[in-house]
Each structure stands twice: as structure tokens, then as C-alpha cells.
Design a protein around this ligand. Sequence first.
Ligand code: AN7
Length: 354
Amino acid sequence: MHSNLALIKRYQEFLPVSDKTPIVSLGEGNTPLVAARNLPGALGYPQLSLSFKLEGLNPTGSFKDRGMTLAISKAVEARARAVICASTGNTSASAAAFATKAGLTCYVLLPAGHVALGKLAQAILYGARVIALAGNFDVALDMVRALADENNLTVVNSINPFRLEGQKTAAFEVVEQLGRAPDYLFIPVGNAGNISAYWRGFKTYKEARRADSTPKMFGFEAEGSAAMVRGQPIANPETIASAIRIGNPASWQEAARAAQESNGKIDSVSDQEILEAYALLAKHEGIFCEPSSAASLAGLIKHLKLGTVIKDATITCVLTGNGLKDPNTALELVKADLSPVAPDPSKLKEVMQL
Ligand code: AN7
């Protein structure tokens, strides 16, 4: 329904826009919610009603496009000169794409050596002014805050209030696609904006009587960068899940409230648990997400084992980004023998063990 409309138009009544707001759209939103077929059984929980929200199918390959369409549209409306963001990769890819469509200059500060290859390629090709910073994401965000005001740059990180407003539309879609709110939502946590945005969205739909209930919100940090779980910022966060390698989440308070109000939890998963979930999604469901995204499923598996989750619950895992962004992690995880084989049927028969 209305799937050809820009996301902002589709949900205009719930967003801070007017008919005069100049909409910058790349065809974002309306992503598939796909029911799991094999995983519940494979995990030993066949009664589970499990679905995946495939946010990697947004135009730049992540959920960031939902917030960026609004942030950039509002920047154009406010006659901004240029935009800036710090990013672990996906925000920069999204900002660069929407800014270029709007005709705005886009500056991005990336933690040098810690951004997945595809995200870097995107930001560069979309034409952003890419700076590899000698520092991690948290330092990059500090630099953005220091530079923005006096240089008249509009910040499009999630500290820009329009970002989370746009991102809450994902919760609207989940409710529409399931025909109800799920019992539980499992989601990765980095800067803690997305879990906050989903919670806003679910609450909004309940208040608008478009849903009877709200889900318990379960958010997962990577163990090596789990500031919220530890209760203090981490100066040197580490994880293979580079998108959520963040030691001082900007939306900490709102995310903590989301977990508390919904009777959910902010927890952590190890890199090994993340990589196992990442491989399971590909192997059992034909879903290639990025490692950080698999923190949602890793968290679900952890809490199924802990017995937190009702066995026949309706559960949605948010898969925030596309696996194609980070092919290196996939190839390092599964070493395939790719030495050339002669184009000879009998030789092939032998290799294929037919
Ligand atoms: C795939 O791009 O922070 O908790 O700078 O790319 O809302 O931060 C990305 C975060 C999850 C965490 N999954 O979401 C950035 C950035 C993927 C991500 C998150 C990110 P938040």
C-alpha cells in the first residue's frame, strides 16, 4: 500500500514536516519483513514465530536511510550550506547519498582503518569529502560537535532530532506487516539511536490505536564496546562488528528508558556469538546481513537459552545492514577453496563428489 510514495509522505501525519518541506528521497523504507523458515527448528524452538526486518534493503543498504531522508529534507528546508557526520560507515554512506541528491556538500569523519570496505566505497563514490580520522567513532563525534556550529555545518548524526523521528517509521512498518506489534523486538545497539527510535514508533502506534500492544525491547551491544551494560563509557571499544564499535552512545538515556519502560533489556553478545548468528542467518535463511546486524539474532539465541523468552512468542529481529557492505568478514569467517578447476566434466564430477 502506498509503496511508491516517499517514506516521509507515507507517514507524514507522524513526522515533523509540512506540505512545503522539500522532500529528498532515494526510495527508502518499505523493507521486507521475512518469516524465518528453518532457524526456529534448527535452534530447537520450533514454536517460535520469528521474523526478520531486512533493513539492508534500503537504497544505501542500511536503516540509516529512514532518518537521513528526513534530516536532509529538513536541512534543505532550512537552507543549510553543508552537512557533516561522524560514522562507523553506514551513516556516512547514507548522508553522502542523500546530500548529493539534494546538492549539498557532505563531510564525513571516519575512524581510520575501522570502516567496512563497501561503506567506504559508497561515501567516496557518492562524492562526500571523506576524512579518515586518527581516532575512534566517539572521538570523531566529538570533532563533529566542535566543528559544526562555528562553521555553519548541519550535523546529520542521530543527535540531529530529525534522524530518530524518521527511523521510528520502521516500527510502523513492522506493525503493519505483522498485523500486530511483536511480543519482543531484538535489535543491535551502537550509538543507541535505533532502539530509541523503534520505541518511539511502537508507542506512537499504540497511542494512535494502530496497535494493541508494544513489544519488549531487547538491545544488544558488542561485549568489547558494551558501555551501557557496564554502566560507564569505554575509551577504547573493540569488536569485529565495526558498525557498533562505539564506547559512549549518544542516545544512552533514551535507549535505557526504552528497555526499562518496555520490560526489556540492554545486554551484550560476544564477537563469537555475533559471528555464529551471522553465519546461521546466511546458511539457514538465505539472509546476508552485516556482522553488527546479527547481534540481534545472537541476542535472541542467548536469551532463548537463558529462558527469558516465551517459547511460542512472536519475535522480530531487526537486521540493520546489508552483508555486501563487508565481504571481508564473510570470507575470513569461511575459508573456501577457490583454486581453479580444469573445465573437464570428469574432473568436475570428482571435485563435486557426484
Ligand atoms: C548496521 O553509521 O553508528 O544503535 O555511524 O551501522 O542506532 O547506533 C551505525 C550503527 C546497527 C547501531 N547496525 O545503531 C554509523 C553508526 C548497523 C549500524 C547500528 C549501526 P545505533
